[in-house]
Design a binder for this molecule. Structure first.
Ligand SMILES: Cc1cc2nc3c(=O)[nH]c(=O)nc-3n(C[C@H](O)[C@H](O)[C@H](O)COP(=O)(O)OP(=O)(O)OC[C@H]3O[C@@H](n4cnc5c(N)ncnc54)[C@H](O)[C@@H]3O)c2cc1C
Length: 395
């Protein structure tokens, strides 16, 4: 964000692009991604929300453009690219109005990284080329009716039987349930060993005994389906074990730091979009013979938001600089980002709705969708309380 300090000069408030972090080629990629969401997602949002579905053609177009599976090398059909390309993609997805509805379904794209890290050669060859083309849609299934934040308490079991595992249990809230082709499923393979008894399996949608339950009605993010999944004596070939036996906890948390940072970036980008939309709205809206923008209250509130966004951006840039220096996201930085940025987003989007007046509550104004999506970001991918718990533990 660049805010001119000169009196009267127009503030310029786009997503900040720090030239010390992003190169010219990241800039070109950024334009491509922004154009893609503006033309291939934002205009269809209402229809997708009503249908509670994102059409398959959207994923295929994203795959054709090379914005799925960033980082997957060409030998697996991927577009290549580096971590900062993924950051660019994430920022632009977060800034798109459509992300307020399709965001959670995009978690499936982050799974490419796990497949690269833990998949066997056969699994990578079988699934990655289809995933990066948007032809195989993955769902990440950990949460159960009685277990969410406490991963070690999952009850779904996988029991070895000859060259198969037999899987029984249930999952819930799973994003992209309606159209997923493949499920990455966390199970207990040693029920008495807590987090050391978890293993992950790849299960195809048509596996006998796999049943999709209800698609759940929810507050927002309507296009991205969420729902229940049941496993009733599913026989899964042993080669579908994903990562080490009883090493599933490591598989699940390996990309956690990156995911936390990515969801923080989405929160910041979405808050920036809400802010931009609000500045535009209040300049246009008249009350008591003047524009809403000209009330001192409005300007003070916008100034507070601009300050929070600038501070948030500076923290994200710090996380990215650490990545550039160390080649990895720092765990504590990512945890702090995942605590603070979604809460900041919540404060900003709430104020943006307020400054829209009644319009802010109407879905035809995007800020309404941004509000309900923001509420999710404090829960999804690790709740704010779990972030506080982990930061507190490290003190
Ligand atoms: C829209 C949406 C999409 C989702 N998509 C997926 C998906 O694709 N795959 C998937 O596996 N899951 C998914 N989830 C589930 C999500 O990850 C969980 O809802 C989240 O991790 C919280 O778990 P929980 O709902 O069981 O809450 P709980 O763990 O029961 O927590 C309830 C409350 O207690 C707090 N709490 C828990 N433990 C502690 C503690 N030790 N100290 C203090 N407070 C604590 C929590 O922060 C929360 O406020 C999705 C959820 C939503 C809403």
């Amino acid at each position: 964000m660049s805010i001119s300090e000169q009196d009267g000069e127009k503030a310029d408030v786009p997503l900040t692009i720090d030239p010390d972090i992003f190169t010219e080629s990241h800039g070109i990629f950024r334009k491509t991604v922004r154009h893609f969401f503006e033309t291939e997602a934002d205009p269809y949002l209402e229809a997708w929300d009503e249908a509670h579905a994102i059409p398959r053609s959207f994923w295929r177009k994203a795959g054709d453009l090379g914005i799925l599976g960033i980082g997957v090398p060409e030998e697996y059909g991927g577009p290549g690219g580096d971590f900062l390309d993924r950051v660019v993609m994430t920022q632009e997805m977060g800034y798109a109005i459509s992300s307020a509805s399709i965001g959670p379904a995009f978690q499936r794209d982050q799974m490419c990284e796990q497949l690269m890290d833990f998949g066997t050669e056969a699994q990578k060859k079988q699934w990655l080329p289809k995933m990066v083309k948007g032809e195989c849609l993955l769902a990440f299934t950990v949460t159960e009716p009685d277990s969410g934040s406490d991963l070690s308490s999952i009850r779904t079991t996988a029991v070895r039987n000859g060259d198969h595992y037999v899987i029984n249990g249930a999952k819930t809230y799973i994003s992209g349930i309606a159209d997923a082709d493949l499920f990455l499923v966390a199970c207990k393979t040693d029920p008495d060993a807590g987090s050391r008894g978890i293993s992950v399996f790849l299960i195809e949608r048509d596996a006998p005994g796999l049943r999709i339950g209800r698609v759940l009605k929810k507050m927002g993010c309507h296009a991205s389906s969420n729902g229940e999944l049941f496993f009733d004596n599913i026989r899964v070939p042993a080669e579908n074990l994903f990562g080490p036996l009883n090493g599933g906890f490591k598989v699940l948390v390996k990309s956690l730091n990156r995911d936390r940072l990515m969801w923080s970036i989405i929160s910041h980008a979405a808050a920036t979009r809400a802010f931009d939309l609000t500045v535009e709205f209040v300049k246009d809206r008249k009350a008591f013979g003047q524009s809403v923008f000209d009330f001192q209250n409005t300007r003070f509130r916008l100034a507070d938001m601009a300050a929070e966004l600038a501070v948030g951006q500076a923290y994200i840039d710090r996380c990215l600089r650490t990545f550039i220096r160390q080649g990895e996201v720092d765990m504590m930085e990512a945890t702090i980002a995942k605590l603070w940025l979604p809460e900041m987003e919540g404060r900003i989007v709430d104020q943006c709705v307020q400054l829209h007046g009644g319009a802010g509550y109407m879905d035809e104004y995007p800020v309404s969708r941004l509000f309900t999506a923001a509420r999710l970001h404090r829960i999804f991918a690790g709740t704010a309380e779990i972030m506080r718990l982990q930061i507190g533990r490290a003190l």
